[in-house]
Design a protein around this ligand. Structure first.
Ligand SMILES: Cc1cc2nc3c(=O)[nH]c(=O)nc-3n(C[C@H](O)[C@H](O)[C@H](O)COP(=O)(O)O)c2cc1C
Length: 160
């Protein structure tokens, strides 16, 4: 396959990968930032840890790069509008103006999400365009009902 062919095949193949949608957030004093991500993966049980891949040219990377902690908000299927907001460049007041955002240990967390993971940043690895950020879980909230927002074939869906 040529480079172009394998790039196209990669995009088409990835459309077939269902992924949960999260908003990762961080704060510096009064300033808050966040980004929609589908790259959250659990790393280990001991220590409890998750990773997220962040594009290094995003504004969110500039924020999370300088912080010791971050929050992963695993979205509910009814929160697609909030996911849309955090996947487009916008001002902080516009971003956090939709949804019930609260603060816990200085980190913005979204009430009504499927789960909120509060993490201490432990490692950042660099690969290509992205930074792989690994955090140890320090606190967790989660919803009773299981109804995650899923991204598949370029569109949102709920779990079957
Ligand atoms: C469903 C979905 C999943 C995404 N997953 C990621 C991801 O895992 N990592 C990432 O860096 N960007 C991801 N993005 C793109 C970011 O949300 C977007 O580029 C970023 O928020 C741009 O804003 P910023 O430059 O203001 O930070 C995703 C977007 C969508 C819609």
């Amino acid at each position: 396959m040529s480079d172009m062919q394998i790039g196209d095949a990669f995009r088409q193949a990835m459309r077939r990968m269902a992924a949960s949608v999260s908003i990762v957030t961080a704060a510096s004093g009064e300033e808050r930032a966040g980004a929609t991500v589908s790259s959250v993966v659990s790393v280990s049980f001991d220590p409890l840890s998750l990773l997220v891949c962040i594009h290094k040219s995003s504004r969110f990377y500039d924020m999370i790069n300088g912080q010791d902690s971050f929050c992963i908000n695993l979205l509910d299927r009814r929160q697609a509008d909030i996911s849309d907001k955090f996947s487009r460049p916008a001002s902080e007041s516009d971003l956090f103006g939709t949804g019930d955002w609260q603060l816990h240990n200085g980190l913005p967390w979204l009430k009504g999400a499927q789960a909120n993971f509060f993490l201490e940043k432990k490692e950042t690895c660099h690969f290509g365009t992205h930074a792989i950020i690994i955090g140890e879980v320090r606190d967790i909230f989660y919803a009773d009902e299981i109804s995650p927002l899923i991204y598949l074939n370029g569109a949102y869906t709920g779990a079957c």
